[in-house]
Write a protein that binds this ligand. Structure first.
Ligand SMILES: [Zn+2]
Length: 240
């Protein structure tokens, strides 16, 4: 009840590319230059700041206060405020990851090490972070679709792929994992509780939808299957 009545909080965090960490730290000491840099960046993106509903957005922006993130080595994060509606925007420099007290380079190296097969403990020791922080990072990435993560990493969507359903167990039940791979890259990993054509189609549809969101013109040239009629038919319908 209470939850439904709560208005959703607007996300007013903006990530700004300051080119280098040195530039950011230099600008921290100069309020006017800092604001100009942020506004120039926002305008170059053609991006609209989310003011409060009552605000026309014509107001001035001032620097609000700074909030020191102790865990990031005491780095200052500035907020800017609209003088008309008092909406406050948090300005995150490009080298800080929202909600993660971890430098992207550290996250990158720790993830590579985990992916290479090292234990969480060992990866955490290598990168001087806590195993729990690394575990949370992996879970956070797990909530994203593979298509989104991989295309963000710069991988082109696969023109050819291999689709197959693996089975696994969840306690005593048999479950199925529809997968799409291309080369050594896993593009889709679904989860269904039954082996019906409808369930598999729904799962592969999730991949197809995510891929079309990235590129509306995306077309698969060929998908290899294990030759089962139903799989082949499903794929023909989803990827004409
Ligand atoms: Zn405003």
């Amino acid at each position: 009840m209470g939850i439904a009545a709560q208005p959703t909080r607007e996300n007013r965090t903006i990530t700004v590319d300051f080119r280098s960490e040195a530039t950011y730290f230099r600008l921290l000491g100069d309020g006017k230059a800092f604001l100009e840099c942020v506004l120039a960046f926002v305008m170059s993106l053609g991006f609209q700041l989310k003011h409060k509903a009552t605000c026309q957005g014509g107001g001035r922006l001032t620097r609000h206060s700074h909030d020191v993130r102790v865990r990031l080595g005491g780095m200052s994060i500035w907020r800017i405020q609209c003088t008309t509606c008092r909406a406050v925007f948090t300005v995150l420099p490009h080298f800080v990851w929202r909600y993660r007290s971890m430098h992207p380079k550290v996250a990158h190296d720790a993830l590579l090490a985990t992916h290479g097969g090292h234990s969480l403990e060992l990866c955490a020791v290598i990168e001087h972070i806590s195993p729990m922080a690394l575990y949370r990072l992996i879970c956070a990435l797990g909530h994203q679709s593979l298509v989104m993560v991989l295309t963000r990493c710069g991988l082109p969507l696969p023109t050819y792929g291999l689709a197959d359903e693996k089975h696994s167990r969840c306690l005593t039940d048999k479950v199925y994992l529809p997968t799409v791979v291309s080369g050594r890259v896993l593009w889709h990993l679904g989860y269904t509780e039954d082996a019906s054509a409808a369930a598999f189609t729904r799962s592969y549809q999730a991949f197809q939808r995510a891929a079309s969101q990235q590129d509306p013109l995306y077309r698969v040239r060929g998908i290899l299957t294990d030759g089962f009629d139903s799989t082949t038919k499903r794929m023909r319908t989803l990827f004409p």
